[in-house]
Design a protein around this ligand. Structure first.
Ligand code: SF4
Length: 391
């Protein structure tokens, strides 16, 4: 897999931050076989030389993100969410809807030297020329996720203030849940002690998936299983998120997935470059307004930032809702041990009342989860992202 397909975040030069492939995969495909304890790539080799009694299938759902595959070997298993599959689906008779993330728009805008708005209009034109029914913007679902995350924080904060409340799962800190790389690592490597702290709010990708498959389909006069929903995301791990069982439901005994396929920014760039059009000069289409953050003048809006702005949005909201403090201007995040670990504090009458942190990259998140485990975490909310240098 060419590294050029990865988002700028995944091309970060500090690759030593990722956990090196070192652990055995523990997917239990054949309990009696030594193959069951080998990394997936090795396991495939062993299985092929000594066929098991039953055929073995490995899907994305089996990936434990146990080591290096969190950022590399998982690509071996992604054929079902590939560009080729997307092109095939467009011609399969299903209604295809595409939802584009603001991070992908921004990357393509930088690549082509265009504005984000121009990129979005050109992408809309390109996808619709291929037969896509509608193109939406996940800034709108990010807003919904942020509103939910604010409400969740306030309710968990209030619960934590009750001296009688010692229940796990209602206590602080709240750890953000929008990064699938971090969630995969937490679920499959850290164990149950950390899970109650993780926010229960869906990521923007899955919020728009639910909105389309549960609500938009009715407006379009379709059944959820008639719609093939594709997202454009900055990150391969979003493909892992899309195939989680949590995001599959049943309609008329048919299995429906909120997000059927995820294309990375790099894959969309491949698509653009495979067309005999000059993307920079190609015609632009009007935007589909229903699930897109676009104002009356045609300008896109939404919370900026590659991380989704969770810490910042919740901090401002909590300052207002809990302490009646309106914070003007940018938040004063202080860099701690490195630029991927920063904190912001709200003081009232000289005492700290809110303390949030940004924690990016595996080195930093391993330190923070150790503190949470020992009950020594001083933060009430931590925006956790698996990759370093998220801006
Ligand atoms: S920080 Fe998380 S969401 Fe962002 S690119 Fe890395 S794994 Fe993907």
């Amino acid at each position: 897999m060419s590294s050029s397909r990865f988002s700028p975040a995944l091309q970060a030069s500090d690759l030593n931050d990722f956990i090196a492939p070192s652990q055995d995969c523990v997917v239990s495909l054949n309990k009696n076989s030594a193959a069951s304890r080998l990394p997936i790539k090795k396991k495939q080799v062993v299985v092929s030389t000594k066929p098991p009694e039953e055929s073995v299938k490995i899907s994305l759902k089996d990936c434990l993100a146990c080591s290096g595959c969190i950022t590399s070997a998982e690509t071996v298993m992604l054929e079902k969410q590939s560009l080729d599959d997307f092109v095939t689906r467009i011609n399969s008779g299903k209604t295809v809807i595409v939802s584009v993330s603001p991070q992908s728009r921004a990357s393509l805008a930088a690549f082509f030297g265009l504005s984000q708005s121009q990129v979005f209009r050109k992408l809309t034109a390109l996808f619709k020329s291929m037969g896509v029914k509608a193109v939406y913007d996940t800034s709108s679902s990010r807003d919904l996720a942020l509103i939910e995350a604010c409400n969740e924080f306030i309710s968990r904060y209030k619960l934590s203030q009750l001296s009688s409340n010692k229940e796990v799962g209602t206590s602080l800190p709240v750890l953000s849940s929008a990064c699938p790389g971090w969630i995969c690592y937490a679920e499959k490597t850290l164990g149950s002690y950390i899970l109650p702290y993780i926010s229960s709010v869906k990521s923007p990708q899955q919020v728009i998936g639910a909105a389309i498959k549960h609500h938009m389909v009715e407006k379009l006069g379709l059944k959820p299983y008639d719609v093939y929903h594709v997202t454009v995301m900055p990150c391969y791990d979003k493909k892992l998120e899309a195939v989680r069982g949590d995001f599959v439901f049943s309609v008329e005994e048919k299995e429906v997935t909120e997000v059927d396929s995820v294309l990375t920014t790099g894959e969309v760039l491949d698509l653009i470059q495979s067309k005999s059009v000059d993307f920079k000069t190609m015609e632009e289409s009007p935007l589909d307004r229903l699930l897109t953050n676009v104002d009356d003048d045609g300008h896109l809006y939404g919370v900026s930032g590659g991380s989704g702005g969770y810490a910042e949005t919740i901090f401002r909201y909590a300052a207002r809702a809990l302490f009646n403090r309106e914070i003007e201007g940018p938040l004063d995040f202080k860099v701690l041990r490195n630029s991927d670990f920063r904190e912001v504090t709200l003081e009232v009458e000289g005492s700290p009342v809110l303390k949030f942190a940004l924690c990016y990259g595996f080195r930093n998140l391993q330190n923070i989860v150790r503190k949470v485990k020992m009950g020594k975490c001083e933060y009430q909310f931590i925006e956790v992202m698996a990759c370093p240098s998220v801006v």
